[in-house]
Structures are given as structure tokens and as C-alpha cells.
Write a protein that binds this ligand. Structure first.
Ligand code: ADP
Length: 416
């Protein structure tokens, strides 16, 4: 293994794996820190943790454990992946985890770059933009867990780290890799270890990637990974064999617990031509609907059958008012987990899952611990091989085209 990645959430880790695989690396995503050794053919490993909103000490301890495992697999470079909207509180985890990893690796110049131009996230003069507005005007200021009220990444990260935060501006980034390297050196000499680096376009991320070829640690969104595979390829370290995707010959079904706008449109589009089963959240919470019933429907229906609890905001609000937000969420997630478990027992070949939290539950249900990254279905959403008999795809709420479910099934069942 060459590149070791530590992701602070599950679907974000898939997104990173997808970026690396598209650039030609053989990538495996792990559900937590694995027990045994990795397949030696793996070139990049992404350990997916759930550390975004847990207490600092826990996030740091888990990240260091992941680092130690990745070091044992022979990795020479490491990437700490967080959200491209820098989701964290003032006393959040990004700074402390980056510091702990830097200490462990003896890293002196640590890039901080959540830019992801493909999804409208850019950094200019140390400030994070979402499309044409600053982060704190993008809606992220209202996030229920990590409200982002300050777009200046240097200041926000400054609350989370002991040292003074550095900055490499666009002038250096536009001038190319050599200028970026020099600017990082200058920031190091000035006493900065965590260094926010501006990036507006993919070309900037590629230049940053080239400049970072010999740095032990980078941090950022999945965009920061764009330039890294080429460094390993240039050294002749990547397998020249194409990564051949083997789809499933078995039954492919879809599950959706996401209530996001994009997913609801995808569910509505899918209904037109495929059998669907509406999972009533109240029936789930009160125990009237059993997973067996949904599994029976999915395994015996033609086409790409879909079971969904996805509902409009007023329906969701009413359920939450009656039963509490957490109880509703947990019951529905647990239901989909049981459905996934029973689908695997019934010999399903492919599962398409919509929803970040829902997907976490679905993966738990399948008991898959290693997901080999396959071809991209829609931006940021790859097909995944979970085992010899099972393929998956995990989509977070707002990702995917309107015909995502059918498109995903076509990829999951495709063969060379
Ligand atoms: P997204 O990626 O779109 O945010 P998630 O799966 O992360 O989707 O979150 C959706 C949450 O809503 C989950 O906790 C899920 O269990 C819950 N949920 C799904 N359907 C309903 C429903 N009909 N009523 C209440 N909660 C629901």
C-alpha cells in the first residue's frame, strides 16, 4: 500500500476512494480500522471512521490507530479527509487530529485544503467559498451539528490548534508546484505547521499534489487527492493492469432512507418503471412492518425494486414530533440494517443504498468490512465490491442524477 487515508465519515471516504480510483489507483475502503493485513494489491487504503462529531480525544485516538495500521501496510504518504465545507466546531476535531497525525509522522508542512471545485468549494485568501457565497452564507451556518459561522479557515482552524496557522495564497498556487513548495518552506520557517492552501480550480489541486509529492501528510476534502496518484505513477509504483470491474449476475435491489431533495426526485423517477415499496416510518417504529416483508417484496419483484422511507419534510416532521427525532431516525436506520442483513442471507447480488446514515446502517447489515472501489456511477459515487458475491453503492443524500437508481443498477450488473 502506498497512500494511507483516514476519513472522518463514511460516504466522504467513498468519495475520496472514488477520486483516487478514477486517477488509476487500486483503492479499498475499510469500515473502521481492519484487524488483519490488507490485500497486497491495494495501492491506496481509506480507513472510514465516524469521527466528525465525536469528542476530540476519541477522534484523535481512532485516527492514530488507523495511522498505525496504514503504516504497518507500508504506506509512505497519508491523507486526513474531512468535509469540503470544513464541518467542525470551534473546538472540533480537524485541528487536533491533524496535529496528532503530524506529531506521529514528524510532519513539518501540513497542507490544509478542503477545496473541491467540482462541487463549488474553493479557497481564496484563506476563505472558503461555496459556489459564489462565503461558507457562512451558504446555509452551512445553520448546520445542526457543525454550524460554520466563519469562512476564514485560518481563523477557524486557529481555534482548534495550538500553533499559528499558515497560508499559501493563490499567487503562489497559480505559479505552479515549485512556487508552492517554496511558499510552504517559507511558512515552515515562519513557524507554521498547519498551512491553509488556496485552490480555485482542479488545475490548482493538481499543482498542489505535485508540490506535495514528498510530504508525509496532507489534509483536506477529496479534491486534494486529485494530484496524488500521478506522483506514484511517475515513480512507476502503480500497477499497469487496468482495474477490471466485475458486476454481479445476481439480483440488484435499492433501499432509500434519505429524505433529501435529490433522493426524493430519484425515488419519484424510479417509481415510473420499477416496482417500489413505501416503508411507512410509523409502522416501522410501532413494529407493525417487519423487514421480512420488504425483503420478500424485493427478492421476488422484477426490474430494480426499491424500498424507500424517503418522505416529504412535513411527513418527516410529523413523525419526529410524535416519536422524537432520534427514535424515528434510529428505528428506520435499524430497519434498513435488518433488511440488508436478510437480503444478503437471501442471496442478493447488489444493493443500492441512498442516504449517508442509511448507508452506514446498510453496510453494517451486510457485515462488509472491505469495499473495493469500482467505476464511478455519478460524481462522487462509486460502485463498490463488498465480497465475492456482493456489490454495493452508497449515495449520500444530495448526490446523483435523477435516474440514479437505474443507472446504479446498470453499473452494478455490468461486466467487461
Ligand atoms: P441523507 O444523506 O439524505 O441526509 P440519511 O440517511 O443520512 O440521508 O438521513 C436520513 C435520516 O432520516 C435517517 O436517520 C433515516 O433513518 C431518517 N428517516 C428516513 N425516513 C424517515 C421518515 N419517513 N421519517 C422520519 N425519519 C426518517
Amino acid at each position: 500500500m502506498l497512500l494511507g487515508c483516514i476519513g472522518d465519515d463514511f460516504t466522504g471516504s467513498s468519495d475520496l476512494g472514488n477520486t483516487l480510483a478514477k486517477q488509476g489507483m487500486r483503492v479499498v475502503q475499510y469500515t473502521g480500522v481492519p484487524q488483519g493485513p490488507a490485500d497486497p494489491a491495494t495501492e491506496a487504503g481509506v480507513v472510514a471512521l465516524k469521527t466528525r462529531s465525536v469528542p476530540v480525544a476519541e477522534a484523535t485516538a481512532q485516527s492514530l490507530k488507523a495511522l498505525a495500521w496504514l503504516q504497518d501496510q507500508g504506506c509512505t504518504q497519508f491523507l486526513f479527509k474531512y468535509c469540503s465545507t470544513f464541518d467542525s466546531t470551534k473546538d472540533g476535531n480537524i485541528g487536533p487530529v491533524a496535529d496528532a497525525l503530524a506529531d506521529a509522522l514528524g510532519a513539518t508542512r501540513v497542507i490544509v485544503c478542503p477545496a473541491f471545485p467540482g462541487t463549488g468549494r474553493s479557497i481564496y485568501q484563506g476563505h472558503l467559498f461555496v459556489n459564489d457565497v462565503l461558507l457562512n452564507e451558504s446555509g452551512m451556518q445553520n448546520h445542526p451539528l457543525t454550524p460554520m459561522t466563519d469562512p476564514d479557515l485560518r481563523r477557524w482552524l486557529g481555534y482548534q490548534t495550538v500553533g499559528a496557522v499558515g497560508h499559501v495564497n493563490t499567487e503562489a498556487v497559480f505559479a505552479g508546484p515549485e512556487a508552492i513548495r517554496k511558499a510552504l518552506d517559507a511558512q515552515h520557517v515562519a513557524g507554521h505547521r498547519l498551512i491553509v492552501v488556496d485552490a480555485l480550480k482542479d488545475e490548482d489541486l493538481i499543482s498542489i499534489g505535485v508540490a506535495a509529492a514528498d510530504l508525509p501528510l496532507l489534509t483536506g476534502g477529496s479534491g486534494i487527492a486529485i494530484g496524488l496518484p500521478a506522483n506514484f505513477a511517475a515513480k512507476g509504483l502503480l500497477s499497469p493492469e487496468p482495474n477490471v470491474w466485475q458486476g454481479t449476475g445476481g439480483k440488484c435491489v435499492a433501499l432509500s432512507g434519505s429524505c433529501s431533495v435529490a433522493t426524493r426526485a430519484q425515488v419519484a423517477a424510479h417509481k415510473v418503471e420499477h416496482p417500489t415499496f413505501e416503508v411507512d416510518a410509523v409502522a416501522v417504529i410501532e413494529g407493525q412492518l417487519k423487514p421480512e416483508e420488504v425483503v420478500g417484496f424485493l427478492m421476488t419483484s422484477d426490474g430494480v425494486p426499491l424500498a424507500y422511507s424517503s418522505a416529504d419534510p412535513d411527513v418527516v416532521k410529523a413523525v419526529q414530533a410524535d416519536f422524537g427525532r432520534e427514535r424515528a431516525a434510529e428505528s428506520v436506520e435499524h430497519f434498513f440494517q435488518s433488511v440488508a442483513q436478510q437480503l444478503v442471507a437471501a442471496g442478493v447480488g447488489g444493493i443500492i443504498s441512498a442516504g449517508g446514515e442509511t448507508s452506514g446502517a446498510v453496510v453494517l447489515g451486510t457485515r462488509a468490512t472491505e469495499l473495493a472501489i469500482g467505476p464511478e456511477i455519478d460524481p462522487g459515487v462509486p460502485a463498490l465490491r463488498a465480497g465475492p458475491e456482493l456489490v454495493l453503492t452508497l449515495k449520500s443524500g444530495n448526490f446523483g442524477a435523477p435516474d440514479f437508481f437505474a443507472k446504479a443498477a446498470a453499473v452494478l450488473t455490468s461486466n467487461p
